[in-house]
Write a protein that binds this ligand. Structure first.
Ligand code: ACO
Length: 381
């Protein structure tokens, strides 16, 4: 039944249009994937705007003017510090807790300290303010917890740095080079939004009951965690390491496919030919590998891509992002949380769009179980 529609039943909801959206559009044109955020091509955005501008675009509908961007940056920077209860919990959760689980708990706790916590679920302006604060605070929470989990002192946010550079400094302790900042910033822009993917859909379903924005984002974080979705970027790195050398790629891929294993970082529900985000990120990988003077992982990645490509599976965004984050000195366990801290802009934009034009999301199931059964006495079952 893999993906084949029957009488209104679409396994995995494949091809089903559940919502109208003005936030992003994905199409395949002339054999290549095309992605636009609010009508702007992702290639233009990735090369010309930083994460803050992309997030403003997603939340507010247009690219910001210089003045609007200045105000937005000020609001984000003012919101970076974490509330006391969250700081305490980040110190108390078991060291073995997965960073995605910690992030899910963090978002839930942030709801209690949000100044708009008592606003109506349908209050558009309050929801935008909540979203802006989540963008700022999720990044701080991820970095703060990572430092604690590594036995290091947390590094406070630096108001002189933008979102990308500040996060890298809070994690690694060092201000990144301009090339590294640009590559990381670019990856955040590329991860920021992607139409009705599983986690965004989860957020929309949650708020379609007129639940609050934070509940929608909690649902989205939990959904992103899985390895078929955001968790794939950590698995993609493990795949690269397992292959280990360019000469092993061909046989390794053939073996994995023969065993019907999923090759993480490849394939996509919508992009069947190419994921434009992966194409852009691959260039960043090459640049940063060259800056570091070590192209080992590029040389291993290439023959894997060729071998998997022969099976008709193009790399998705998680494939190059895994090695990019490795080059940037980011611990493996943060790859998926970074996806979340970027995607929160898209999640929130979708949740707000859902609430503003709401109709409860409630599909049907097709019943395939037994029917007409009689209830017998408990001793006779
Ligand atoms: N490795 C091996 N085989 C694959 C892969 C893969 N990565 N992706 C798809 N296939 C195969 C399936 O086994 C299936 O083969 P079959 O028809 O012989 O059974 C066929 O391609 C179709 O696969 P489906 O699972 O039906 O396709 P779907 O649209 O559901 O898959 C998905 C999309 C889940 C992303 C899939 O490609 C996959 O599992 N990829 C690996 C995980 C991954 O990288 N996820 C990140 C996605 S992008 C993102 O979330 C940012």
């Amino acid at each position: 039944m893999n993906g084949v529609a029957q009488d209104g039943y679409y396994p995995g909801l494949e091809g089903v249009i559940s919502s109208q959206t003005a936030i992003s559009n994905i199409v395949e044109r002339d054999g290549a994937g095309v992605l636009e955020y609010r009508g702007y091509r992702i290639e233009d955005l990735a090369s010309r705007v930083g994460y803050e501008e992309a997030a403003f675009l997603l939340l507010h509908g247009d690219l910001p003017t210089r003045l609007q961007l200045g105000d937005f940056n000020e609001r984000l920077r003012a919101a970076r510090d974490l509330p006391g209860p969250l700081i305490r919990v980040l110190g108390e959760l078991p060291g073995s807790a997965s960073p995605m689980d910690v992030l899910r708990t963090s978002v839930s706790l942030l709801a209690h300290d949000d100044p708009d916590r008592d606003a109506a679920a349908t209050d558009h302006a309050a929801n935008v303010r909540k979203a802006e604060r989540l963008i700022a605070r999720m990044a701080t929470a991820i970095a703060y917890r990572e430092r604690l989990a590594s036995g290091l002192a947390p590094i406070p946010p630096d108001d002189r740095l933008g979102h990308a550079a500040n996060f890298l400094r809070m994690v690694t302790g060092e201000v990144p080079s301009e090339a590294m900042r640009r590559a990381f910033d670019g990856s955040l822009v590329l991860y920021a939004e992607h139409e009705l993917n599983a986690s965004t859909f989860a957020a929309r379903v949650t708020v379609s009951t007129l639940s609050d924005l934070h509940s929608g984002i909690v649902a989205a974080v939990g959904t992103l965690k899985g390895t078929l979705h955001g968790g794939a970027n950590e698995e993609a790195w493990k795949l690269l390491e397992a292959v280990g050398s360019p000469g092993r790629a061909e046989a390794w891929v053939a073996g994995a496919l023969a065993r019907h294993e999923r090759l993480m970082g490849f394939g996509h529900r919508v992009y069947k030919k190419s994921d434009p985000r992966a194409v852009i990120l691959k260039e960043y990988c090459r640049e940063i590998a060259a800056e570091k003077g070590d192209d080992r992982w590029e040389r291993i990645a290439e023959p894997i891509e060729v071998a998997v490509g022969r099976k008709g599976l193009p790399p998705n965004v998680d494939w190059p992002s895994a090695r990019l984050y490795h080059y940037l000195g980011i611990p493996l366990r943060l790859y998926t949380p970074i996806f979340a801290m970027a995607r929160v802009a898209g999640w929130a934009a979708h949740a707000i769009e859902q609430i503003d034009h709401n109709r409860l999301l409630r599909p049907r199931g097709r019943y395939i179980g037994p029917t007409h059964r009689g209830v017998s006495e408990i001793d006779r079952r």
